[in-house]
Design a protein around this ligand. Structure first.
Ligand code: BTN
Length: 242
């Protein structure tokens, strides 16, 4: 069960790194490492994840079970669990999944997911801006980040958030079909039907975001009508990076 053991720290380098130390242990499936602050919080492509504000949630969970869906869609499973959690605790806001690993509210990032795979399991690291005021974030990320506090002007109990999230995640992990999961993603997918720009390493691909397939690949219709399948990259909405 996710969260059957929760180990809390005041300050760590990165909860993903601490979780890695536990992954070999028996019974570590579902174990959660949470910290009030991280000194080396990181995101995809080794980007920094600002974690020195103890009002945010920084945690990592170990998954060592077999999934009945394709492993490539795990980020979306986690994304849907977060969206469902938000529907329950803050029904006034409209969260979107920004492919592949972000949750966005009102065009700004509220949550990032970093999944790292190891030979005997994977670590799901989640950074969620809960009670933070993004005015206290470093200037370079302030304009593109939001928090649940900033969106609703209310404060939230961290434990309650995690209890609901773990319940949601446990339920979705039981789903048998990738199609069911992807269909939930499609309903909450940011930029669906819109023209976007995707950066893949040094290349930029422009086109209309047509769909997401059952492997989690994005289908982009280019101006010449060709459809391109995208497996990884960063979406821009044409103006500003989220
Ligand atoms: C991203 O946006 O690229 C993913 C950000 C993930 C941040 C979380 S915070 C808890 C866990 N520990 C880390 O060092 N990173 C993840």
């Amino acid at each position: 069960m996710i969260g059957h053991i929760i180990i809390e720290f005041d300050k760590v380098s990165s909860t993903n790194d601490i979780a890695k130390e536990f992954i070999e242990h028996e019974d570590s499936d579902g174990l959660v490492i949470i910290a009030k602050k991280q000194t080396k919080g990181r995101g995809r492509f080794n980007r920094k994840w600002f974690s020195l504000d103890d009002k945010g949630l920084y945690f990592s969970l170990i998954l060592k079970r077999n999934f009945s869906f394709k492993k490539s869609i795990l980020p979306f499973v986690v994304g849907i669990a977060i969206v469902n959690t938000l529907h329950k605790i803050a029904p006034s806001i409209k969260p979107f999944i920004k492919w592949p690993n972000d949750i966005v509210v009102n065009g700004k990032k509220i949550c990032g997911i970093l999944i790292e795979n190891f030979k005997n399991g994977c670590i799901v690291g989640i950074g969620f801006n809960l009670n933070n005021d993004v005015q206290n974030f470093p200037e370079e990320i302030r304009f593109k980040a939001t928090s649940l506090y900033n969106e609703t002007k209310a404060l939230y109990d961290k434990k309650n958030f995690l209890d609901i999230l773990f319940f949601e995640l446990e339920n979705i992990l039981k789903l048998d079909y990738s199609e069911q999961i992807i269909s939930a993603v499609r309903s909450n997918l940011l930029f669906l039907g819109e023209n976007i720009s995707i950066q893949i390493k040094d290349e930029n691909i422009n086109g209309k975001l047509l769909d997401i397939n059952n492997d989690g690949l994005l289908l982009i219709e280019q101006s010449d009508g060709r459809i391109k399948y995208i497996a990884s990259g960063d979406i821009f909405d044409g103006n500003e990076r989220c």
